[in-house]
Design a binder for this molecule. Structure first.
Ligand code: SR1
Ligand code: MG
Length: 408
């Protein structure tokens, strides 16, 4: 019998004992220190460290109540989903996800590699760090983790088994509400609208019925198109990075959905970094370098995704009908359409919705923050409303961004 045989929410002082009981990662007599280091919206994240050797490990535990709001309760099964997808992504995109050591379904705790020497990407970006290899790494991750889990490549029965085991209703509901619904109709009264932009948001989001219709169409596509095994929450807080290497982690929102969801999330979050740099950097040379890099990166992500996708598709396609001439182009076109739409939804929901991003909320000058948000919302609407006809290359994104910036 062990006290970890029944679920309870661990406190910092419980976690070292937990790790020693469950794994032989540290020597038995190691002097361990634990710290809660989580800053996400959902879980508790602990680092356990051997004081003498510096060796460390991460334990992530789920509670039913969310950190962002005690009233929101969701299934603790999300750790199982996260552990399983990290295994799959580790196979298809080796070296780009952390290693999982244990998933414990009783304690709902995931024990995994500490990504030492890497910084959470959002924090790095807010400090205006440049990561020159990011576009290269993330485009490889996106193509491999997404295309290789589709029916184009996978055996259809195996893929359906995956669809089954990644049914993730509680976390999907969060995205259905927070990404695809509440930013347009604030029926749960939990949007955070920056007061200086109240009227702008009313007119551009709440009163725009054409936009609502497009959001509704995309919401039902998100819910019903089981295209690929997506990460489901690929913002810059789900990435640990340094100048040479990238880790993508935290895929607890995973399920089968349009792959544009992940790609669009990355694009939107890179633009938040541009907004922060543009509004807060004082040295004009440094600003030009950082902001220029964010835009180059958006362009490169799109173009490298397209190029790598085509190579991988030709190499890996197994479905007879998917080999038909013209199919790849049609399929890729639909992915790029979805990517643009999601870049728009993620942009809007992080600006006016319940879960915001520090890149924008950290802009202390009121006028500059209001301007940044207006640029984001204007650009996002362009992404959503023109997704069928534009946004088929990195240059299309750069042009749209420059057009939105020039308006304010
Ligand atoms: C209620 S959870 C809010 C957000 O945090 C996560 O990172 C997801 O993006 C979710 O939508
Ligand atoms: Mg997360």
């Amino acid at each position: 019998m062990s006290r970890f045989d029944t679920y309870f929410l661990m406190k910092t002082e419980d976690v070292a004992e937990y790790v020693q009981e469950k794994l032989s990662f540290f020597p038995e007599d190691a002097k361990l220190e634990s710290k809660e280091i989580g800053d996400g919206n959902l879980n508790y994240v602990f680092r356990v460290k051997d004081v003498e050797t510096g060796k460390s490990i991460i334990v992530k535990q789920a509670d039913e109540a969310l950190r962002i709001s005690a009233e929101m309760k969701i299934s603790k099964d999300r750790g199982r989903i996260e552990a399983k997808i990290l295994g799959i992504q580790g196979k298809y995109a080796p070296g780009l996800v952390p290693e999982v050591y244990l998933y414990d379904g009783v304690m709902c705790a995931l024990t995994m590699q500490d990504m030492v020497g890497h910084t959470m990407m959002r924090t790095g970006l807010i400090n205006h760090e440049i990561y020159p290899l990011f576009a290269e790494h993330i485009s490889t991750f996106l193509v491999n983790s997404l295309l290789l889990t589709t029916d184009v490549v996978m055996g259809h029965k195996e893929k359906k088994e995956y669809v089954k085991s990644f049914i993730n209703p509680d976390l999907c509901e969060i995205s259905e509400d927070l990404v695809y619904s509440e930013p347009f109709i604030d029926y749960n009264h939990r949007n955070n609208v920056f007061p200086a932009n109240k009227e702008f948001v009313q007119k551009e989001l709440y009163d725009d019925k054409i936009l609502h219709l497009e959001a509704a169409k995309c919401k039902f596509d998100f819910m019903n198109n089981a295209q690929a095994l997506i990460h489901g929450d690929l913002h810059t807080g789900s990435i640990f990075i340094n100048k040479e290497h990238t880790y993508i982690f935290d895929p607890e929102f995973a399920f089968y959905a349009p792959m544009g969801y992940d790609i669009g999330n990355v694009i939107a979050n890179m633009f938040f970094a541009w907004c922060n740099g543009d509004a807060t950097m004082e040295d004009s040379t440094e600003k030009e370098e950082f902001c220029g890099w964010t835009l180059d990166t958006i362009e490169e992500i799109v173009d490298q995704f397209i190029a790598k996708f085509k190579v991988s598709f030709r190499e890996n396609v197994t479905d007879t009908m998917a080999k038909t001439e013209g199919f790849m182009e049609w399929y890729l076109d639909s992915i790029l359409r979805d990517t643009a739409a999601v870049a728009g939804f993620e942009s809007i929901r992080r600006t006016v919705g319940m879960a915001n991003v520090k890149d924008i909320t950290g802009i202390s000058d009121e006028k500059k923050r209001a301007r940044a948000e207006r640029i984001i919302i204007t650009l996002a609407k362009d992404y959503i409303l023109n997704r069928e006809t534009s946004f088929r290359s990195g240059a299309d994104y750069r042009d749209a961004i420059q057009k939105a910036i020039a308006k304010f």
